[in-house]
Design a protein around this ligand. Structure first.
Ligand code: DX5
Ligand code: ZN
Length: 223
């Protein structure tokens, strides 16, 4: 289908308060808020954790798309369930098949959509084929995670195309999410490769007018 969802990433741009950043995109009609959790170990940067998400939960009714760039996500998953995220995505590089299955089970039981994220240098793990029925999101990273404002890596597009074809043939019915370096131009590439959720950090909060930035992304997404 052709539905497109825009998910601004609040870690991008100036270090102003997150509530304010959420308010600014909520009034532009974005579809969800992308929350980049970084632990300083899985990635060389630290952002915020479940306590912050819990506080932000009271300031908007937009769906929360939590992207956990953390080591050993199974050990911390309950905190993010309790913070009432709507989608929780963990990294393929950070867990084993059994750990991911347990994460999926815990999320499904809590009514939360499970997601898996795959770094640019990582191939789709074979074990993921056994987890496709309870999988709502696959984030195909288009930058190496750690920071907003990086350049889109076009070499990930064939992987997106393959995910869209092969994993769907094996029962995947969720969304492909493009994350990293998305602007009006790269959104189109990712759309053509099968992505329907688009994270946008710098393109929304990079300093320009937020209103026209969201309109531009939406316009591309609508074509
Ligand atoms: C990268 C994060 C992304 C990033 C997006 O580590 O997962 O979500 O903040 O920001 P832009 O769109 O600026 O690449
Ligand atoms: Zn992200």
């Amino acid at each position: 289908d052709s539905e497109c969802l825009i998910a601004p990433s609040i870690i991008a741009g100036e270090r102003e308060n997150y509530e304010d950043k959420i308010r600014k995109v909520e009034r532009e009609g974005v579809d969800m808020i992308h929350l980049d959790v970084m632990d300083g170990r899985f990635v060389p940067n630290t952002t915020f954790f479940a306590d912050t998400i819990k506080k932000l939960r009271t300031s908007t009714s937009l769906p929360f798309d939590a992207h956990l760039m953390i080591e050993r996500p199974l050990e911390q998953i309950q905190e993010y369930i309790d913070a009432r995220c709507d989608i929780i995505t963990v990294h393929a590089e950070a867990c084993t098949e059994n750990e991911f299955r347990e994460i999926q089970e815990r999320l499904i039981d809590a009514g939360i959509s499970p997601g898996i994220a795959i770094n640019p240098g990582t191939a789709v793990p074979k074990w993921l084929y056994g987890c496709l029925h309870d999988l709502d999101v696959i984030i195909v990273m288009s930058v190496n995670p750690g920071f907003a404002g990086q350049k889109f890596i076009p070499e990930v597009l064939p992987k997106m195309v393959a995910v869209n074809k092969e994993l769907r043939e094996h029962g995947f019915r969720g969304y492909i999410e493009a994350d990293g370096g998305i602007d009006a131009t790269t959104l189109q590439y990712a759309y053509d490769a099968g992505a329907r959720i688009f994270v946008a950090g710098a393109a929304v909060y990079g300093g320009g007018d937020i209103h026209s930035a969201v309109i531009q992304l939406r316009h591309k997404a609508a074509v």
